[in-house]
Design a protein around this ligand. Structure first.
Ligand SMILES: Nc1nc2c(ncn2[C@@H]2O[C@H](COP(=O)(O)OP(=O)(O)OP(=O)(O)O)[C@@H](O)[C@H]2O)c(=O)[nH]1
Ligand SMILES: [Mg+2]
Length: 701
């Protein structure tokens, strides 16, 4: 493939709710554009961008993938992003490098939760937008309704550039409102011009009027012309529509079916004519140094600038090795160039450059400003890094990923699995910065954290299918805590006499409960010298140590105050060690009387669901000991806010999927700790004993 001038490149991030048809749309657009790949279908597992075996098996996109076509001398790069809640954060780095977001909307459901979320992501990067209303061949699809949900959800002029001819199974053509032409499509999606249909003429005229107004509003001279003549000449309309789109004042909408190929050729024509090219951005800003301080410096989208590129995706390919995908932000780059990874301050030799078509890499000799290209086997480069001309360094701030929402323990099934697991997970993590992996220093467990249960399950599949590592997934650990509920006064006395020098420490302390989240407080109220000053901190240390092991089920004891009121010592036998032991003993004595109890983490939960399921959702949250605190409409979606114990939410994703037919989603974050109800404590205690975490009280050394 040849190198394309910047103005002949279009970079589109295809975003939207899960299942809207993004992946199918990309494959179908490539087919209609005449790309020499057979027409891939989601239902057959043959699309270009869902080539990953896990994505095929689930019919869900798991990460960003790439396709491109050469259409009317323009290179159109598509970044197909995931729409499911567990993977949707990958849309952000895609939008970071795209020059236009193509928002795909399900023509049956209209705007949904992840449509809104990805729209917000696109706002973060101030991206121009196209909107595609898909699945208009389907029963109950409704173009007008989808547009209504869009205009009520988003603040921007959202105007159809094509209108559907026929509905549902009879959706056979579109009217191009801009060029005032009508088309039908054959089985390969080829457009054939037909006479403008009479029905729907009023909608067409109103829509076109709206477009002309938007153009007129953009410029005083045009406004005057419009006032005088009542319309505008065609040659004024087209370029000004493109300008309004690039300025994010106008979002064109297209009526399509990705499975029957209706409307796609006109969409391609309009991408070439109206979608912004990379140089439409004024400039991109970064820093001269990787500590990201100091003055910002700019790079224009131009081949004449020094080379710079942003790496936004890493693929761990089983055959090719590590593939890094970057967008050339400024300058040009040729294969075998040596560039600087300015994020890590290391040089990288690029080797061959490639364009990417799904899983296929094709060698290219050079890449111009704005293009998206792949390189293989760089030494140190990862997602989020900047590659730059060494003599003219620039570092772009990386796209941040959100905190993980859920953690699971994973256990290798065999010794061999244990040996392979770290290396395998390392590769998976390279591909997916929203995943975190840790080893708990105490329990030695492998802890995998991600954005939801489905996310973690796909990692387990990947470990098995790609790296042949078998693991069992253990339910996420609930980080219980413990506290006391009564004030008690106790003594802790440690005495040992076994030949030679003895040990002696003795303290009197008061344990008092404190409020939630107030932590530990130590007060020294000894007057006089019943315990010498230098031994008192040892008492505190002994108590803090002992509190780590709790009193009920081995969870750390929190939110209590200890006041040291008295004690005694021995001039020869007392030392720090003895007073620590006395503190531990005081702790144990206190726990026998202070009625210790378990605390459980409570989460702030937000559930998004189509309205018809909200009754079921609330009933279910109640049965999970949740307290619903508010309800809200967002577009057509009901948002339910509740406080729910974490232990009740561990299987929530699958429940939500079954109640809402996979159309709901939720997120949660930690709110506070509450006492665990007594009837539930026993179970937690039994589990703690069974896991060996609570040791029988050993006698003091
Ligand atoms: N009837 C009909 N079905 C469609 C159309 N487009 C896509 N589908 C079907 O909708 C389902 C989802 O399509 P995908 O392309 O995987 O959707 P997606 O938006 O990529 O989904 P995620 O990647 O999981 O976010 C598949 O079963 C497709 O065959 C369409 O225009 N009409
Ligand atoms: Mg997809």
């Amino acid at each position: 493939m040849k190198s394309f001038a910047t103005e002949n490149i279009r970079n589109l991030a295809v975003i939207g709710h899960g299942d809207a048809g993004k992946t199918q749309l990309v494959s179908s657009l490539l087919h209609v554009a005449g790309t020499s790949h057979r027409w891939g279908k989601v239902e057959e597992g043959t699309t270009i961008t869902d080539y990953d075996e896990d994505a095929i098996a689930r019919k869900v996109s798991l990460n960003n993938n790439f396709a491109h076509t050469e259409y009317k001398d323009t290179k159109i790069n598509f970044i197909d992003t995931p729409g499911y809640a567990a993977f949707v954060t990958h849309a952000r780095p895609a939008l970071r490098v795209a020059d236009c977001a193509m928002v795909v909307v399900d023509g049956v459901h209209g705007i949904e939760v992840q449509t809104e979320k990805t729209w917000q992501y696109a706002n973060e990067f101030m991206l121009p937008r196209f909107m595609v209303i898909n699945k208009l061949d389907k029963e109950h699809s409704d173009f007008g309704h989808a547009i209504e949900t869009a205009t009520s959800s988003f603040a921007r002029s959202i105007v159809p550039f094509t209108l559907p001819i026929g509905t549902e199974a009879n959706f056979k053509g579109v009217v191009d409102v801009v060029h005032q032409k009508a088309y039908e499509f054959d089985a390969d999606g080829k457009a054939k011009e037909i006479p403008m249909p009479e029905s729907g003429r009023d909608i067409f005229e109103r829509t076109r009027e709206r477009l002309i107004e938007i153009v007129a509003e953009s410029d005083d001279a045009l406004m005057e012309k419009y006032f005088n003549d009542g319309t505008l000449p065609e040659e004024d309309i087209y370029p000004n529509l493109a300008r309004a789109i690039a300025a994010s004042k106008l979002c064109p909408v297209y009526a399509v079916s990705a499975t029957s190929l209706v409307g796609l050729q006109i969409l391609l024509d309009h991408i070439v004519e109206f979608a912004p090219n990379p140089a439409v951005h004024e400039a991109e800003y970064g820093f001269a140094d990787n500590d990201m301080t100091g003055d910002r410096i700019a790079r224009k989208y131009s081949n004449d600038e020094p080379f710079s590129a942003y790496v936004f995706r890493t693929i761990a390919d089983p055959f090719a090795g590590r593939i890094n995908v970057f967008k050339v932000i400024s300058g040009k780059v040729t294969s075998d160039a040596t560039v600087q990874n300015t994020t890590r301050d290391v040089p990288e030799r690029l080797g061959a450059l490639h364009s990417i078509q799904g899983k296929t890499l094709d060698k290219i000799n050079e890449a111009a400003t704005g293009d998206i290209v792949a390189v293989v086997k760089l030494r140190d480069t990862q997602t989020g890094d900047t590659l730059s001309d060494k003599a003219k360094p620039i570092v772009y701030p990386p796209v941040e990923y959100p905190e993980a929402a859920i953690s699971f323990a994973i256990e290798p099934k065999s010794r061999a699995d244990e040996e392979k697991i770290s290396a395998a997970l390392h590769k998976i993590l390279e591909e997916d910065p929203s995943l975190h992996f840790d080893r708990d220093p105490q329990t030695k467990e492998f802890i995998l954290s991600g954005s939801g249960q489905l996310h973690i399950e796909t990692v387990v599949d990947r470990l098995r299918n790609r790296f042949h590592v078998e693991v069992t997934l253990h339910p996420p650990k609930v980080p219980y805590k413990e506290t006391i509920t009564q004030t008690v006064e106790v003594q802790g006395r440690h005495k040992k006499q076994s030949g030679g020098r003895g040990q002696f420490g003795d303290c009197k302390v008061i344990f008092e409960p404190k409020g939630r989240g107030e932590g530990f407080e130590w007060v020294d109220k000894i007057f006089g010298g019943s315990i010498p000053q230098n031994f008192r901190p040892a008492v505190e240390k002994g108590i803090i140590e002992a509190a780590q092991a709790g009193a009920v089920a081995g969870y750390p004891l929190v939110d209590f105050k200890v006041t040291l009121i008295d004690g005694s010592y021995h001039t020869v036998d007392s030392d720090e060690h003895s007073f620590r032991a006395a503190g531990r003993k005081a702790y144990r004595n206190a726990m026998e009387k202070a009625k210790p109890t378990l605390l459980e983490p409570i989460m702030d939960v937000e559930v998004f669901t189509p309205q018809e399921f909200s009754g079921d959702i609330m009933g279910d949250l109640n049965s999970r000991r949740g307290r619903v605190s508010g309800m809200d409409m967002r577009g057509k979606q009901q948002v339910i806010k509740a406080k729910v114990p974490l232990s009740e939410m561990l299987d929530y994703q699958s429940k939500l999927n079954s109640v809402t037919q996979a159309r709901g989603s939720y997120h949660m974050q930690f709110s506070h700790y509450d006492p665990l109800p007594h009837n539930l404590s026993d179970k937690v205690i039994q589990e703690a004993v069974a896991s060996g975490r609570v040791r029988a009280h050993e006698e003091e050394e």
